[in-house]
Design a protein around this ligand. Structure first.
Ligand code: PPS
Length: 288
């Protein structure tokens, strides 16, 4: 079973995960609520990590929820088949919602709401590297002929959820709004505790030291890799075959150096700087 892509307004998506009807519903009819909390992330950039952090913060550091309910039920992806309709009926507040959607395809009702967004960004070369391994084990991505083929598709945006560059440009346009928090995967790696404290503050959740310690401990790579509610091992092999590559693969930064040739890295950099021109946001990797 392999996935050919469909398109919605120029964005590629896998018919195994969503549809034109669902994306149309999300954009035009989904009702965002003022207390919604969105976990928005380009694929392979830390979505599941932020789900864990958010679940644990909302539970006051108690890991029971994270250990008993799959992550896709705790902080569901809004744009997955049947999900937007289901989310409309959820009575718990606040709703915690994940999304890979680019800014311009988000629900129209979002702009006039007070909903908060935590936007997690990862070094794009590591995103591509993670994506490459993911594409070898899942039906949700087209199998690339080679790493080089995927690199070309990534640079032209011919991958699920479209261009990384457009995603960043769209979402960071909100950077000066108080309801938007920009987090990087590299921040989480470098200082998970400090990042958790920052996220708590953003959400207005006061956690004591022991609760923060518990959030940090239960959101580490090691604990998540062993937690079947977080490591996607409950997914059938037909959808994700973890014998080919584990979902919780390496969880590091800089693995791109083991995959890119010097020429590929330089070509990537040229496109990166051209596409990022005029963007008023600097990332730690911009200094490298
Ligand atoms: S998806 O499929 O788009 O939802 O994937 P996503 O969750 O966004 O990204 C998967 C990558 O995030 C890594 N990950 C972590 N790294 C460090 N620490 C923790 N706790 C953690 N949780 C998830 C995961 O290993 C994938 O990265 P790679 O580089 O492939 O290991």
């Amino acid at each position: 079973m392999t996935s050919e892509y469909s398109h919605y307004k120029g964005m590629c998506f896998s018919p195994f995960s969503t549809s034109v009807e669902t994306l149309t519903f999300v954009e035009n009819e989904f009702q965002v609520l003022d207390d919604d909390i969105f976990n928005v992330v380009y694929p392979k950039s830390g979505t599941s990590w932020m789900i864990e952090i958010l679940s644990l913060i909302i539970s006051g550091g108690n890991p029971h929820w994270s250990r008993t309910v799959p992550n896709w039920e705790r902080v569901p992806w809004m744009e997955i088949l049947n999900m937007p309709e289901k989310l409309q009926t959820v009575s718990e507040r606040p709703r915690l919602i994940s999304s890979h959607l680019p800014f311009h395809l988000f629900p129209k009702s979002f702009s006039s709401s007070k909903a908060k967004v935590i936007y997690t960004v990862r070094h794009p070369k590591d995103v591509l590297t993670s994506y490459y391994h993911f594409s070898t084990m899942t039906v949700y991505c087209k199998k690339p002929e080679s790493f080089e083929q995927l690199l070309q598709d990534f640079l032209t945006g011919d991958v699920i959820y479209g261009s990384w560059f457009d995603h960043i440009r769209g979402w960071t346009s909100m950077k000066d709004q108080s309801r938007f928090l920009l987090v990087t995967y590299e921040d989480l790696l470098k200082d998970l505790r400090g990042s958790v404290v920052r996220i708590c503050k953003f959400l207005g959740r006061e956690l004591d030291e022991a609760a923060i310690d518990s959030v940090v401990e239960n959101a580490t790579f090691k604990i998540m890799k062993d937690n079947k509610m977080a490591n996607f091992s409950l997914m059938p092999d037909e959808l994700m075959d973890q014998k080919k590559s584990p979902f919780m693969r390496k969880g590091i930064s800089g693995d791109w150096k083991n995959h890119f040739t010097v020429e590929q890295s330089e070509r990537f950099d040229r496109v990166y700087w051209q596409k990022m021109k005029g963007l008023d946001v600097k990332f730690s990797w911009d200094e490298e």
